[in-house]
Design a protein around this ligand. Structure first.
Ligand code: KIV
Ligand code: ZN
Length: 533
């Protein structure tokens, strides 16, 4: 029997600070999630911005197979916008939620209009939950209800809410541990208690949604499955609010490797996990730690001699699953080089989740040969970078680095010259700046070309591969109008990678500013939203 894998990389995952993705990036991820075999893709939160709205609409139109879900608070406007964004889809779901814990109720519904006492406010929340589900049902049969902060909600009240929303027509009941507070045994008990409220309705699916604040998101989700949950909400690489969500790849492999315990599996095509992980890491700008389970670079590397010897004699001495079953193939990582033919190159590109139209093939292969002339081994990271560069040459790019020159000499100040191309207007600006180091000089020169100042709040560099021609990966964080934007780039030339990562972050700022403009100019109806909900 298979459980439902509900992927929320594009909604809860994208809520991770600085992880915002462009619409083409979201579409690409959604297409790969469909190929991976997830059952539900939560594509966004339509009412929250026009970009979110359009993202959901595009996924509904262009991604086929999974059910496409959209999030909505328990208010009519949200539900209506979710329904509009989902319109025309073959399989769609409205996912509506409201906070049920005392902390959420007292915090969000403090105003006396929601009731004088906690008891009165609870009645208001219960009524809003029922009305939200009933309203969502007028658009689709598939309605999911989440009791936000269920992990800290008194059980008796939670059961009352769940019984009522099932009566109102909810088909999936999600039990979020919104703050990552629960321990596995507590979460399992919570799921069991919630299921009791269904009073034997076997057609209602109970779902886990666990956050990772105590590092227990996966353990709690699995405990929930053991307790009877038949849907798991999770994200690729575990990205999400704060410490993130349960990692899809860990859930899927735990269910598969320990089927003797769980007795359920998923439909996920696990050899695609590694490709998806790289894609999400590239688009979100969140790199994957080397020791991350399943998709970390070291997850299948054996360092100690005694381990290497054991694995050579018999793989299962130190391995509980095969690297190739999750798409980690250490041999293939270094198999591409100058002598690789077109076939080998394009099949690797495909494995990494990119589809290439025939007219682009010659250009792409030429770019590959150019890199191969500079580097002996071409790693997956190089290929993802190459594809990303190709994409950023086309849409969604506001600012391009056209030229970079850096002068470093002992005893002299560092000098950097940059030329910036503004893709939307065709304008170009060039500036030379000095700095405390070469990177400082580069960033000052770029800042001078832009009309806004950015505050660099984070800079991190690491080598992705080994040897003198190793690819350097740079992650930067910049602050603009009290928000954090991330940027990442990889290149053998670490100064160039530093400049490109900064430009990538600036492009995210510009995409954000664009979406703000869209909000301002939006002609969509202006309804006063109950900001408390
Ligand atoms: O963590 C949470 O409670 C959520 C809900 C909106 C489902 O993400
Ligand atoms: Zn969440």
């Amino acid at each position: 029997m298979c459980i439902t894998i509900f992927d929320t990389t594009l909604r809860d995952g994208e809520q991770a600070p600085g992880a915002s993705m462009t619409i083409p990036e979201k579409l690409h991820i959604a297409q790969q999630l469909a190929a991976l075999g997830v059952d539900v893709i939560e594509a966004g939160f339509p009412v929250s911005s026009p970009v979110q709205f359009e993202g959901v609409q595009r996924v509904v139109k262009e991604v086929h197979g999974p059910t496409i879900a959209a999030l909505a608070r328990a208010v009519e406007l949200d539900i209506r916008e979710a329904a509009k964004a989902l319109a025309g889809g073959a399989k769609t779901r409205i996912h509506t939620f409201i906070g049920t814990s005392d902390i959420h109720i007292e915090g969000k519904f403090a105003d006396a209009k929601y009731g004088a006492t906690l008891e009165d406010k609870r009645k208001t929340v219960l009524q809003k939950a029922i009305e939200a589900v009933q309203y969502a049902k007028t658009f689709t049969n598939d309605v999911e209800f989440s009791a936000e902060d269920a992990g800290r909600t008194p059980v008796a009240y939670l059961q009352e809410v769940i019984a009522a929303v099932i009566e109102a027509g909810a088909t999936t009941i999600n039990v979020p541990d919104t703050t990552g507070f629960c321990l596995p045994n507590e979460y399992a008990d919570l799921i069991k208690s919630c299921m009791k409220a269904a009073k034997g309705r076997s057609d209602v699916i109970f779902s886990t949604h666990c956050h990772n604040d105590l590092g227990l998101a996966v353990a709690n989700s699995l405990a929930g499955v053991q307790a009877g949950a038949r849907q798991v909400e999770c994200t690729i690489n575990g990205i999400g609010e704060r410490a993130g969500n349960a990692a899809l790849e860990e859930i899927v492999m735990a269910l598969r490797v320990r089927q003797n315990i769980f007795g359920v599996d998923s439909q996920v095509n696990s050899p695609m996990l590694m490709g998806l992980s790289k894609l999400v890491s590239t688009y979100s700008g969140f790199s994957v730690q080397p020791n991350k389970a399943i998709v970390g670079k070291n997850a299948f590397s054996h360092e100690a001699g005694i381990h290497q010897d054991g694995v050579l004699k018999r793989r299962d001495t130190y391995e509980i699953m095969r690297a190739e079953d999750v798409g980690q193939d250490t041999n293939r990582q270094i198999s591409l080089g100058r002598h690789s033919g077109r076939h080998g190159f394009f099949s690797r590109i495909q494995t990494l989740g990119f589809s290439v139209t025939t007219d682009l093939k010659d250009d792409l292969y030429r770019r590959f040969l150019e890199i191969a002339d500079q580097k002996k081994h071409i790693y997956d990271e190089d290929l993802v970078l190459m594809m990303k560069t190709l994409e950023s040459d086309s849409s969604e790019t506001y600012v391009l680095l056209e030229h970079l020159q850096v002068h470093v000499e002992t005893g002299k100040s560092n000098l950097a010259t940059v030329r910036i191309h503004f893709a939307r207007t065709g304008d170009k600006k060039e500036h030379t700046a000095t700095g405390d180091g070469p990177i400082d000089a580069i960033y000052r020169a770029i800042d001078h070309c832009m009309e806004h100042g950015y505050k660099l709040t984070g800079y991190h560099i690491r080598a992705l591969s080994e040897g003198q021609d190793a690819v350097g990966e740079v992650d930067v964080e910049i602050e603009f109008q009290d928000r954090i934007f991330k940027g990442a780039a990889r290149n053998m030339n670490t100064l160039l990678a530093s400049a490109l990562a900064y430009i990538d972050a600036i492009n995210h700022v510009e995409a954000f500013r664009d979406s703000q403009d869209m909000v301002r100019h939006s002609i969509r109806e202006k309804v006063e939203v109950d900001a408390q909900v």
